[in-house]
Design a binder for this molecule. Structure first.
Ligand SMILES: Cc1cc2nc3c(=O)[nH]c(=O)nc-3n(C[C@H](O)[C@H](O)[C@H](O)COP(=O)(O)O)c2cc1C
Length: 235
């Protein structure tokens, strides 16, 4: 199995990546896998210029040829499973991931057809034919609709991805004795989820519910986060 792991955190040490690695460790237990890892750090992706000339060339080639997007497009084509791993930024996609998505427009042709649900463009390559896993990190548990926009986007763009939005990722950056057991519990859940995905090719509704459930009550989470504030630490 060829897995493409696209981690799109702008940080040198991405906590979302830590979570995704726990998931992939589980997945790789079930079947031999080759993982190609591409991070925002290693690759330069320029913004789409919006001229849509790719739709008329109809060969899947973007007009921008002097950055790393061709490598990413080639890796997408070669993979069996694409893992989209990213932090939630302002309830949406981090800019570096949006830049990649916009550039995949080069797979489309100007020609349109009426699909089952949407009006669709003909494509030189159908990204939705791949299997997709989406792992999103965020820092706001107990926040209704925190991930709603991203979930809708992913469903529309990737069609039926296996997806988990983890709401207490901000804790993973911290190393306090009371936080360690929470990290362990979260990584264990992700590891199990990876095994489940490897065996079934999907994540059950119950697994997603567990992954997305906060590990601690709201007041405890707030107290833990506040204990990291500089003025608290100085006391
Ligand atoms: C610009 C920015 C915006 C953010 N917006 C949100 C948000 O809307 N909701 C949320 O739950 N977390 C938000 N966060 C917190 C991050 O999603 C969280 O800390 C993340 O999981 C960090 O992952 P990383 O280490 O992989 O970058 C934001 C962080 C940044 C830097």
């Amino acid at each position: 199995m060829n897995i493409l792991l696209l981690n799109r955190s702008p940080k040198a040490h991405s906590t979302t990546l830590d979570m995704t690695k726990a998931f992939l460790n589980g997945l790789c237990q079930t079947e031999p896998a080759h993982i190609q890892y591409i991070s925002s750090y290693d690759k330069n992706v320029k913004y789409c210029q919006g001229d849509l000339s790719c739709w008329f060339r109809q060969d899947g080639r973007c007009i921008i040829q002097d950055d790393d997007m061709n490598d990413i497009l080639a890796a997408m084509k070669e993979s069996d499973v694409i893992v989209w791993s990213f932090p939630l930024h302002c309830h949406g996609l981090p800019a570096s991931l949006k830049a990649i998505w916009d550039r995949t427009i080069a797979f489309l042709k100007i020609n349109m057809t009426q699909g089952k649900t949407y009006v669709e463009h003909e494509r030189t390559f159908d990204l939705t034919a791949k299997k997709h896993v989406v792992i999103v990190g965020g820092g706001y548990p107990y926040y209704p609709d925190n991930f709603a926009a991203v979930k809708t986007l992913m469903q529309i763009y990737l069609k039926h991805p296996a997806m988990a939005c983890i709401c207490e990722t901000a804790l993973l950056d911290a190393s306090a004795p009371e936080i360690e057991p929470l990290k362990e519990a979260l990584f264990a859940r992700l590891h199990e989820a990876g095994i489940e995905y490897g065996k079934t090719g999907q994540l059950s509704a119950e697994t997603v519910r567990q992954l997305e459930s906060p590990l601690v009550p709201n007041e405890t989470y707030i107290a833990m986060i506040n204990s990291l504030a500089p003025e608290t630490k100085a006391q």
